[in-house]
Write a protein of this length. Structure first.
Length: 524
């Protein structure tokens, strides 16, 4: 069953961004509302599993909303997480003292918001269980004291050692789980002493001594400190609320604002440089979520958008900016595909359509000329496409494996979903291809005779043109934790392996990982 989330924020931009970020997790359902009053009513009606609530809101702020929720029988136990741009420790402490399950910083990372929310919920549940265990600890202390009295008055008791052994065994395990380590160690020592007594290798005074130590540790035990999670992103300026759109003729002296979105960094760089020379003020995005947030915040005049991108596809994002009453925005869709469905969607939305490939620059400039005839002089000055500016029609993945059968299998599967592959049989060849082709990602075998994945990672991270290309490592055998950690460790401030996966004929896990770095229609 999906986790039901109620999100409360008076800023419509934030409501949109949070909803789209959470919906990246297919096991989450989101309901949004714009005020604390509305949140109290919806929570009573729908009883969500968790509430995400902004702190600063007019009329009824976050703390007041939480207080109202706790007064209602239907909502009193629903966990609530605050979202706020103010995240100093004192503010987090204040909000959690009010009864919040946690605090999430704004701005947040859209890709990890769902996980951050689940981590806070898990920590809150664990804290609740820790409170329950504290009560159990006191009950166990009373039972231990009873056994001590029995051993004092009946040294040869058979029941007391058996009962002590069972109680100490359970307490040693449970106390360790809830981070009462000293109690756990003392209980384990008592259990061992009782086992030795039952085997005839110890005596009652030794058991009483261990029992006294355990009772002393329980008396001195304090609940483990709750570790506050770091904000999901380093502290930064809060997201600005958008101004009401004003539809007017563009002033002639203002640079036109262009937002370009493409998951291929090479294409993105070429487009940004080329369009900047035409006179546009250029901003870029590498995935659909970035595109949505930057477009709503920056209100560009024109979008140049790839269709298949990680997180959200370009057409779905663009459709949100074409509603009647919205600020007019021109859209040029670029894609490596040529399927009828994409063409029809572009036509139905009134978008310009340009296909990646040999004629890409000519098609793009023709579309820009039709939209902005005043740019004709600038475009003519550029005199055709830039040097070495071939725009590949499909995303490219570099496959590195000394087994050609593995390469053929992966190439066949990737080609079916519209991904172009290039191949290297060893790390040295892979390094040369990566520097020249700049693929969207690299999929490398872990163990190869002429340089393994660790060697390849160090070579890649030492060169500026390849230092940030995502690398997914595949292994034919299960790796131990130390090896996986070493592969994922940063190298000179640059990322190690993004994922370490086991080789399999089921490519779902691999394709899911690849879709974080390049967009393609997944049909596995």
């Amino acid at each position: 069953m999906a986790l039901r989330v109620l999100h409360v924020d008076d800023d419509p931009l934030m409501r949109d961004a949070v909803e789209l970020a959470l919906l990246l997790d297919s096991n989450i359902a989101v309901t949004s509302c714009g005020s604390g009053e509305e949140a109290v009513a919806k929570a009573a009606e729908e009883t969500p599993d968790v509430i995400l609530c902004d702190v600063l809101m007019p009329d009824m702020d976050g703390p007041a909303t939480l207080a109202r929720l706790r007064q209602e029988p239907k909502t009193t136990k629903i966990p609530l997480l605050f979202m706020t741009a103010r995240v100093p420790p004192s503010e987090i402490e204040r909000l959690t003292a009010l009864g919040a399950a946690g605090v999430i910083a704004k701005p947040f990372d859209p890709k990890t918001l769902a996980k951050t929310m689940r981590d806070h919920l898990h920590a809150a549940k664990l804290a609740s269980k820790t409170g329950d265990f504290s009560e159990r600890l006191q009950a166990d202390a009373k039972r231990l004291a009873m056994y001590r009295e029995e051993l004092k008055h009946i040294p040869d008791s058979v029941m007391a050692p058996e009962g002590l052994r069972e109680l100490a065994h359970k307490l040693a395990g449970a106390a360790g789980v809830f981070n009462y380590q000293a109690v756990s160690d003392a209980a384990l020592a008592l259990e061992e002493a009782v086992i030795e007594r039952l085997a005839g290798e110890s005596n009652i005074p030794a058991i009483r001594g261990k029992l006294d130590t355990l009772l002393d540790q329980i008396a001195r035990a304090e609940p483990p400190a709750t570790v506050q999670e770091e904000p999901s992103l380093p502290r930064a300026a809060p997201v600005k609320r958008p101004q009401a759109p004003v539809i007017s003729v563009k002033p002639p002296l203002r640079k036109l604002k262009m937002l370009i979105a493409d998951d291929d960094p090479t294409i993105l760089g070429m487009l940004a440089e080329r369009c900047g020379k035409m006179g546009f003020q250029v901003e870029t995005a590498t995935n659909g979520m970035q595109l949505l947030i930057k477009a709503k915040r920056g209100q560009p005049d024109i979008l140049v958008v790839d269709v298949n991108m990680p997180e959200l596809d370009g057409l779905s994002v663009c459709s949100r900016f074409l509603d009647p009453g919205s600020k007019p925005v021109e859209v040029v869709v670029i894609t490596g595909g040529n399927d009828e469905e994409t063409v029809e969607r572009c036509e139905s939305l009134g978008l310009y359509y340009g296909r990646k490939g040999p004629d890409f620059w000519r098609n793009l400039e023709a579309a820009l000329l039709e939209i902005y005839p005043s740019l004709a002089d600038k475009i003519v000055e550029l005199e055709g496409p830039p040097d070495d500016a071939e725009v590949p029609a499909l995303p490219r993945i570099l496959l590195v494996d000394d087994d050609p059968d593995i390469e053929r299998f992966l190439r066949s599967r990737l080609n079916k979903v519209g991904v172009e592959t290039i191949y290297a049989s060893d790390a040295t060849h892979a390094m040369r291809l990566a520097s020249r082709e700049k693929p969207s990602a690299i999929v490398s075998d872990c163990f190869m005779p002429d340089g393994d994945a660790q060697y390849l990672l160090h070579r890649l991270r030492a060169a500026p043109e390849t230092e940030n290309i995502p690398v997914i490592v595949l292994s034919g055998r299960k790796l131990d934790e130390a090896t996986e950690t070493l592969l994922k460790r940063e190298i000179g401030g640059h990322p190690g392996a993004a994922h370490v996966l086991k080789k399999s004929f089921d490519t779902n896990e691999l394709f899911g990982a690849l879709q974080k770095y390049c967009g393609f229609a997944r049909r596995t």
